[in-house]
Design a protein around this ligand. Sequence first.
Ligand SMILES: CC(C)(COP(=O)(O)OP(=O)(O)OC[C@H]1O[C@@H](n2cnc3c(N)ncnc32)[C@H](O)[C@@H]1OP(=O)(O)O)[C@@H](O)C(=O)NCCC(=O)NCCS
Length: 174
Amino acid sequence: MKGKSPKDSHTIMNELVLPNDTNTLNNLMGGRLLHFMDIAAAISAQKHCNRIVVTASVDNVSFHHPIKLGDVITIEARVSRAFTTSVEVRLDVYAENIPSGTKVKSNDAYYTFVALDQNGRAIPVPALIPESPEETELFEGALRRRQLRLVLAGKMKADDATELKALFFATEKK
Ligand SMILES: CC(C)(COP(=O)(O)OP(=O)(O)OC[C@H]1O[C@@H](n2cnc3c(N)ncnc32)[C@H](O)[C@@H]1OP(=O)(O)O)[C@@H](O)C(=O)NCCC(=O)NCCS
């Protein structure tokens, strides 16, 4: 299977924050943003895999700035690494207030998707070939993030998480 570049899965999604998306403070609800992010990430994963994909996990997400009613959110998604049947998608979220001309980064996150065949079984995906230094950094960090999420999901023994252990060992020596 031919490898793909992160450009192949690059996806940009825009949404206008409407009253039905907000809480009583007129800020975008966190869960609504996670929903928009899931859609952008799924489109990106599908572009990479050319398959139906399902969300396997969402890493912890922190919301740094409230997003206000009337703001425009921009979600950029691209595959940061492909494994055997799963892909990690990196998301960057921005909030723009068009009348005031301000745009701030709200948060970033990683979603993991598994590609499925017609019978709903996990199926191998194309490799991801990073090109820029930033893409290479995301690609390398993905192994560590994968181990952390699989350990937390009870799908990997902490003892087998070699990348994670190396990280903690390096920190201890400082
Ligand atoms: C995600 C799902 C397909 C995994 O199936 P599974 O039989 O448990 O998983 P397997 O052990 O065969 O692994 C399949 C892949 O999923 C990955 N995976 C499984 N659980 C994961 C998790 N919690 N986080 C990240 N990746 C995960 C595995 O690492 C593996 O990827 P790889 O082949 O690239 O190494 C299955 O749990 C599922 O269908 N879940 C529901 C998905 C869904 O409906 N999502 C929408 C939200 S309701």
